[in-house]
Design a protein around this ligand. Structure first.
Ligand code: SF4
Ligand code: SF4
Ligand code: FES
Length: 471
């Protein structure tokens, strides 16, 4: 492998790698703003300029490919002077509003200002100012903070397949905008907030909710479709505040769709059933687990029943059911369900040109691997159903059946159920799911279960041991 020397450290690299990426391998951080590994290189912020031996001028590390024998100095006098002057230039207009900016704590400009900036400003002119602007349901724009890195423009044009962000005007008046001020159209708008290196494009959903340094990250996988994008759930004190993409070049690169990003809200939804409930006098009434287990057993005893399993359950849960069902409901017919019109993995396909899949549940491919069959139509002559699901699978039409539900349901969804035993969402449990590529990935518990919700394994164990009264 070819080698070069960065700040006196010899490093091997693969042909084609730029100096920013090569420097990272030996722990040398070259500051940058406009570079993003998922976008084209434009080398326009000049923050990453470094000294390369035998080259008279400073070279931008983002656009300079390492070559064998190259000697690079990232902290030479000239490189440091350049960083300082770029910072002074960018801070001419940037407001000192870090205390009220959501990006504070994860802002490249703030970090570099501390490391490379000057504590004094020589600027005496009036700063340009803009009003905050709504860019549709996902993003709010604060143009005062923009450093014109154009990442957002490139993201739309190169990744999202939509040229909706443009730079209007020139020089000091440059403004990032949509054409005619139209709301953003993409289903992937949250990524604009992720790639903006400053607090210029922010998520409306997260704005002013939490300072980022209080958040803990749990590395997990999105359950929004069969792709299984890698992401972090960010939470504090048992509350989820946001989900952000986690790099996985083979699955989702650096991105998330908005549906997956904001899917977590149902975890804390006041409409979610978080206590066991049994129907009495036409209404679902909260009760104890024991009483509801008794009612569930009674509702299914001696009935011709179907067991419907959401493909939003994990492999561990599915395998447990493969052991449980033949023993405790031996005559029931068992099917998986999840997305209307998607009966087997052969029906799953890309839903767009970016990430989304047609299967709107995370583990359709895992269920098929285990040999479960998809539900086309319910068998005739049924008089009861047991539905077990994680929270995403779309419930089939079950009118007229005495239905027991285990898992995550809203009050509206459970309106016709006889019994509900509340289970855990993807954010409250650990488990394995299999994506459309056949890749096993792991969801991880980020928060403790809400209310009196229990793991499926615990509910089935109570069922098997007759907990709550008569077995
Ligand atoms: S809005 Fe953000 S991403 Fe877009 S050009 Fe400005 S600083 Fe860069
Ligand atoms: S593409 Fe699918 S897995 Fe990825 S973020 Fe969207 S819903 Fe989640
Ligand atoms: S990151 Fe290299 S010029 Fe902007």
């Amino acid at each position: 492998m070819p080698k070069c020397v960065i700040d006196g450290r010899e490093v091997e690299f693969s042909p084609g790698e730029n100096l920013i990426e090569v420097a990272k391998k030996v722990g040398v951080e070259i500051p940058y703003f406009c570079y993003h590994p998922g976008l084209s290189v434009v080398a326009q912020c000049r923050m990453c300029a470094v000294e390369v031996e035998k080259m008279p001028k400073l070279q931008t590390a983002c656009s300079t490919v390492a070559t064998d024998g190259m000697v690079v100095k990232t902290r030479s006098e000239r490189a440091l002077a350049n960083q300082k002057s770029v910072m002074e230039f960018l801070l001419i207009n940037h407001p000192l509003d870090c205390p009220i900016c959501d990006q504070a704590g994860e802002c490249d400009l703030q970090d570099y200002s501390y490391e490379y900036g000057s504590p004094y400003s020589r600027y005496t002119e009036e700063r340009r100012t803009f009003l905050d602007l709504d860019m549709g349901p996902v993003i709010v724009k604060n143009m005062n903070r923009c450093i014109h890195c154009t990442r957002c423009i490139r993201l739309g044009a190169e990744v999202l397949g939509i040229r909706e962000m443009v730079a209007t005007q020139r020089g000091n008046k440059t403004e990032i905008a949509t054409i005619d001020g139209r709301p953003l159209e993409t289903d992937y708008a949250g990524n604009y907030a992720d790639i903006c290196p400053v607090g210029s494009l922010l998520l409306k959903d997260f704005r002013f909710k939490k300072r980022v340094w209080f958040l803990k990250k749990t590395a997990t996988v999105c359950e929004g479709c069969a792709r299984g994008c890698n992401m972090d759930i960010q939470h504090d004190a048992n509350v989820i505040y946001r989900c952000t993409p986690r790099e996985n070049l083979e699955v989702n690169q650096y991105w998330l769709c908005d549906e997956g990003r904001f899917n977590f809200h149902y975890v804390h939804d006041a409409d979610r059933i978080m206590e066991p409930a049994v129907r009495a006098d036409g209404e679902l009434k909260m009760t104890e687990f024991g009483a509801s287990l008794d009612a569930a057993r009674a509702a299914l005893k001696g009935k011709k029943a179907a067991v419907l399993l959401g493909t939003d359950l994990t492999q561990e849960e599915a395998k447990l059911l493969q052991e449980f069902l033949p023993k405790y409901l031996p005559n029931a017919s068992v099917f998986h369900f999840g997305t209307p019109g998607i009966v087997s993995e052969a029906d799953d396909a890309p839903a767009d040109k970016i990430l989304k899949r047609k299967s709107k549940t995370s583990n359709l491919h895992g269920f098929e691997k285990l040999g479960f069959k998809g539900l086309k139509t319910l068998p005739t002559g049924l008089d009861a159903a047991l539905v077990i699901r994680g929270g995403r699978a779309t419930l089939p039409e079950l009118k007229g059946l005495s239905t027991v539900g285990i898992g995550v349901f809203t009050r509206e969804e459970a309106a016709t159920f006889s019994v509900v035993l509340p289970g855990l969402t993807f954010a409250e449990k650990d488990g394995t799911i299999v994506n459309f590529q056949g890749r096993e990935q792991h969801i991880r518990r980020a928060i403790f279960p809400a209310g009196n919700c229990k793991a499926l394994s615990e509910i089935l164990a109570m069922w098997a041991h007759g907990t709550g009264g008569n077995a």
